[in-house]
Design a protein around this ligand. Structure first.
Ligand code: FEO
Length: 169
C-alpha cells in the first residue's frame, strides 16, 4: 500500500508531466504554424514522451494500491516569440521538473519507501538526459544568433533528432 505522502507527491508529479506534455504540444503547434518543420517534429515527440512519463506514474500508483488522479491542466501559452524563447523556456521548465522529481525522491527517503525511491530513479536519469539535450540545443542557438541560414540548418537538424537521441554535436 502506498504511503499517503508518497501517493500525494506522485499525484503531483503526474500533473507536472501532464502539464509538460501540454506545454510542449503548444510549442510544437506554434512551431508548425511558423513553418519550423524540424522544431515542430522534435517538440511533438517531446510532448508524447511527457505523456508517457505521466502514464508510467499513473500505472505505478494504481498498481501499488493507490489512486492516480487525472488532473485539470492550465492552458499553455498560444504564442511564442521565437525559437530561442521556446528552448530557453523548455530548459527552465525541465529544471523545474528536475526539482520536483528530487522532492519526490526526498519524500520517498523520509517515508522509507524504497520501492518508490527505486522507481523514481528512472525519472532522475531521464531528467539528466533531458536537461543535457536542452542545454546543448540552447548553446547551439546562441552560436547561431539571428542568422537565417543558421536557423534553417538548425531546424533541419532537429528534424532528425528525437528527444531520446544524443544531443546535437
Ligand atoms: Fe518528464 Fe521532461 O519531464
Amino acid at each position: 500500500m502506498l504511503n499517503e505522502k508518497v501517493e500525494s507527491a506522485l499525484n503531483h508529479q503526474i500533473k507536472i508531466e501532464a502539464q509538460s506534455s501540454q506545454f510542449y504540444l503548444a510549442m510544437a503547434s506554434w512551431a508548425e504554424t511558423e513553418g519550423l518543420v524540424g522544431t515542430a517534429k522534435f517538440l511533438y515527440e517531446h510532448s508524447d514522451e511527457e505523456r508517457q512519463h505521466m502514464l508510467k506514474l499513473i500505472k505505478f500508483v494504481n498498481e501499488r494500491g493507490g489512486k492516480a488522479l487525472i488532473p485539470e491542466l492550465e492552458a499553455p501559452p498560444e504564442d511564442f516569440e521565437s525559437i530561442v524563447e521556446i528552448f530557453k523556456t523548455l530548459l527552465q521548465h525541465e529544471i523545474k521538473v528536475t526539482n520536483h522529481v528530487n522532492e519526490v525522491v526526498d519524500i520517498c527517503l523520509s517515508e522509507k519507501d524504497y520501492t518508490t525511491h527505486n522507481f523514481m530513479q528512472w525519472y532522475v536519469a531521464e531528467q539528466l538526459e533531458e536537461e543535457a539535450t536542452a542545454r546543448t540545443i540552447m548553446d547551439k542557438l546562441q552560436m547561431i544568433g539571428n542568422e537565417k541560414a543558421g536557423l534553417y540548418l538548425f531546424d533541419r537538424d532537429l528534424e532528425n533528432l528525437t528527444p531520446e537521441d544524443q544531443p546535437l554535436e
